[in-house]
Ligand binder design. Structure first.
Ligand code: CMP
Length: 142
């Protein structure tokens, strides 16, 4: 099915200057970027986005990392976009990520793991709405 998913290029990957390289992975896999912007998250924005992890031991480190520099946030559209993006990213822990995935190529650790992608269509809808208004998402007309 035609789906949308939400993606973040995290501060470590932005610092490595691989935004374009990562966008190329999305486009080469048939995903279209239908919304995109650079943001430097506030503590409140990061805490709100990751609220489901607020009781986890890594929450403080996660919020600190995600506010350490700018990120790129984007909406990707395509057939099975949620699963396809997760395949492009590889496992959360780069030590477990398959060769050729974003995490294998660009991530240093499970904490600084280059990218985020929604885990299901329902979370994608929530995460897209957290960062983008309906008008900011631009499906292709040609
Ligand atoms: P992300 O998909 O952005 O969602 C939450 C993030 O927490 C995750 O990627 C990891 O970067 C980070 N994290 C750190 N430790 C863990 C862990 N043990 N399990 C899951 N996520 C973790």
């Amino acid at each position: 099915a035609l789906e949308r998913t939400f993606s973040i290029i995290k501060p470590d990957a932005v610092a490595k200057n691989v935004i374009g390289a990562i966008y190329n992975r999305f486009e080469s896999a048939g995903l279209r970027i239908v919304a995109s912007k650079m943001v430097h998250l506030s503590k409140e924005q990061a805490e709100g986005f990751y609220a489901e992890h607020s009781e986890r031991p890594f929450f403080g480190a996660l919020v600190s990392f995600m506010t350490s520099g700018p990120v790129m946030v984007q909406v990707l559209e395509g057939e099975n976009a949620v699963l396809k993006n997760r395949e492009i990213m590889g496992a959360t822990n780069p030590a477990e990520a398959l060769a050729g995935t974003l995490r294998a190529d660009y991530a240093a650790s499970i904490d600084e793991n280059a990218c985020h992608g929604s885990d299901a269509p329902e979370s994608a809808a929530r995460e897209i709405a957290y960062f983008f208004t309906a008008e900011e998402v631009c499906p292709r007309t040609r």
